[in-house]
Structures are given as C-alpha cells and as structure tokens.
Design a protein around this ligand. Structure first.
Ligand code: UD1
Length: 346
C-alpha cells in the first residue's frame, strides 16, 4: 500500500508540483487540502493531465480546526503532512500583518495539533530563505543565523520554524524536516501546470513572462549599481520541480530513519547566484523573444546578492538539481503561453 501524504496548499504553485513528484515516485498517495483562496481547483485537472492520476482534493481552510481535523479523520492513516498552505506576498504582508500572522501561524498550529492528536509521524514544512534577512557571508548555510525579519511574511516563517522546534522537543514521535527555499521559479516542463500569479505580480519571473506576453508593458530592473558582476542583484533561482523533488526525498529520508534529530533543516537552492540581467538574457535567448525592459532605481529592502550552500541537502537527502536556468525560463514561458490559451478558450 502506498503511504498517504496530506499536502496542504496542494493546489498552489509548489504544492501542485510536489503532488506531481509524489505521484511520479510511485511510493506515495497524495491528498490535496486547499481552500483555493490563492489557487483554483482546476489545478487538480492539470495534475491529472500530466500524471494520469486523479488526486482527491478537500476544499477547506486548514485554519478551520474542525474542518481540518475532520479531513484528517477521514483520511486516516496518514503517513505524513507536507505543509505548504500559507500567504507569501511580501508587500501584502507589510500592509496586512495580522492577516499573515493569523493565516500562516494559525494553520501551522492546527497542523501540529493534528500530528499530535492523530499520531501523524512525519511533517515537512515550507520555509524560506527570507528568514536569513540581510546576510553578510555568502553562501548561506543552514548554520547562518536568522536575520532581522524585513517583513511580516519572513517573520511568520521564523516563528513557524521555532514553533516546530519547540514542538519537536516535547514530541519525539514526530519526525520533521524544514526546507528553506531560495527563489523557486519555472513550471512543469510540459507547460501544463504552473503558478497562477496575481494580476500585479511582485516576483521577477512572472513579471518577465507577463511582459513577454503583453499583459504588462515593461519590466524595470531594480538597480544596476550594486557591487555585483553586472551591477544587478544576484539571487539563487531554483526550478520548482527540483524544489518539489526535494520534498519527496525529505519524506523518504524520514521514512528510512536517516535523520539524526527529529527536526532537520535543509537549504534548497541551486548553489549558483544568477543576476537579474542574466535572467533577462537567458529568457530572450532560449525563447527567442525581445523583452521590453528598462533600468530603474533600487527596490527598498533588496539585498545585493544571496545564494545558498545546498551541500547538506545534496549529501543527506541525495538531492541534486536536475534543471538549469535555461529550463527555468523555457518552462516559465511555456506556462504563460498555455495560460493565455486557456484564458482565450474560457
Ligand atoms: C522575494 C521575497 C522573498 C520570497 C521570494 C519568493 C522580497 C523582498 N523577498 O525574494 O521573501 O521568499 O520572493 O520567491 O520581496 N526584480 C527586478 N524587477 C522586478 C522584480 C524583481 O529587477 O520587477 C529583481 C529584484 O530586485 C531581485 C530579483 O529580481 O533582485 C528577484 O526578485 P523577486 O522575484 O521579487 O525575489 P526576491 O526579492 O529575491
């Protein structure tokens, strides 16, 4: 029998790609739990189109304790929870901090309580490189301490990690892994599943593809006067399917009892710093498109460069990136074109 995994946020960007990887592994049965406030139930159709498997989806808000516990009771026995469901927009979190604390931490509280009450043995938690703040030393390892949180979103991830640590201390039966993502981009290589970005996205890649398709007029490069090789900011972009694969590997790591502590932390980045101008160049070259962009001033809060040391995940999870920057820009563009086609036929 396949081990059943509850994926909260299962119709979201990283959640849906992780469900695809769980199915492809042949080891797991995935069940999506998602209220679809930031995604759509049609994602389940997309997963089916890619994998041939119809995934069960509970359309509930996991902050609703009774509704969530009722799902867990229905799905018992559950071998693990992968907890993605959270809000993740940095400027929105600055505008509506309480919404972020309530949603991101209330949901985690329910997830931890469910693990306790229903004896769920494994938990994988989505964290973010934003917990490191403005780092002084590169590359960033798991030992790099938390920085000053620059926004409520980053703060919810710091508190979330600490909640899991304290909980793990008194719950030795729960085995957990915290995964700190750098900059996940790209989509399923088929072009059939991807991120449903808001109309006014903040992140670089959805802006690049929306400019390319004509939904947005122009991309502004936020600063080319940084002390970097071409003056633009450097980030560690990582293909979403590699992030997804790391979740499957993390589950397997816990199932095989390879963890030393019951709360293990891994950075997930490619280990390579790539600049904004390099992303633009790769997008233009791979997709044979000229992007309309201009050079603008710095965005407040941006750090010049941040990238990961992911050797811990490479060694202990046996996880390695399969996709490079060209795959990221190719799949990002494929999905944007597919979305535009879907919208026309709606
Ligand atoms: C952002 C979040 C981070 C989150 C991550 C998820 C902030 C400050 N940080 O990281 O918490 O975990 O997304 O992927 O928002 N850029 C432009 N023009 C644009 C948009 C972006 O030049 O129109 C540049 C930025 O200056 C940055 C790079 O592109 O150097 C990447 O930006 P973005 O995609 O927003 O990611 P981060 O800021 O690294």
């Amino acid at each position: 029998m396949k081990a059943k995994i509850i994926v909260t946020g299962g119709t979201g960007y990283i959640g849906s790609h992780t469900i695809i990887e769980l199915i492809k592994s042949g080891q797991f049965e995935a069940v999506a739990v998602d209220s679809c406030v930031r995604s759509t139930p049609e994602t389940i159709d997309r997963i089916e189109e890619i994998t041939g498997v119809r995934v069960k989806h509970h359309n509930i808000d996991i902050c609703d304790r009774n509704a969530f516990f009722s799902v867990i009771e229905q799905e018992a026995p559950v071998a693990g929870i992968i907890h993605f469901a959270a809000f993740k927009c940095v400027p929105e979190s600055v505008e509506k901090p309480l919404m972020y604390y309530r949603n991101n931490l209330g949901s985690l509280e329910n997830v931890l309580e469910a693990c306790e009450l229903y004896h769920i043995p494994r938990l994988i938690f989505s964290s973010s490189a934003s917990i490191y703040g403005d780092v002084k030393e590169l590359p960033v390892t798991e030992k790099t301490p938390f920085g000053t949180p620059f926004c409520p979103y980053a703060h919810t991830k710091q508190i979330g990690e600490q909640m899991i640590h304290f909980f793990a201390d008194t719950h030795p039966d729960l085995q957990s892994v915290i995964l700190r993502y750098f900059n996940p981009v790209g989509n399923d290589m088929s072009g059939l599943n991807g991120e449903l970005s808001p109309d006014k996205p903040n992140n670089l890649m959805p802006i690049v593809t929306q400019v390319a398709i004509g939904k947005m007029k122009q991309l502004t490069v936020f600063g080319t006067d940084y002390d970097t090789r071409d003056g633009s900011c450097i980030r560690d972009y990582i293909h979403v399917c590699d992030i997804a694969d790391a979740h499957v590997k993390a589950l397997q790591f816990l199932i095989d009892k390879k963890n030393e502590s019951n709360c293990e932390i891994f950075n997930l980045g490619s280990g390579n710093g790539v600049s904004v101008l390099e992303i633009i160049n790769a997008f233009e070259k791979v997709n044979h498109i000229k992007l309309n962009y201009t050079i603008g001033g710095r965005r407040p809060g941006d750090v010049p460069a941040i990238y990961s040391n992911s050797q811990r995940a490479n060694a202990l999870l046996n996880w390695h990136c399969r996709y490079d920057i060209n795959d990221m820009v190719e799949s990002a563009w494929k999905w944007e074109k597919h979305l535009s086609h879907l919208r026309k036929t709606e």
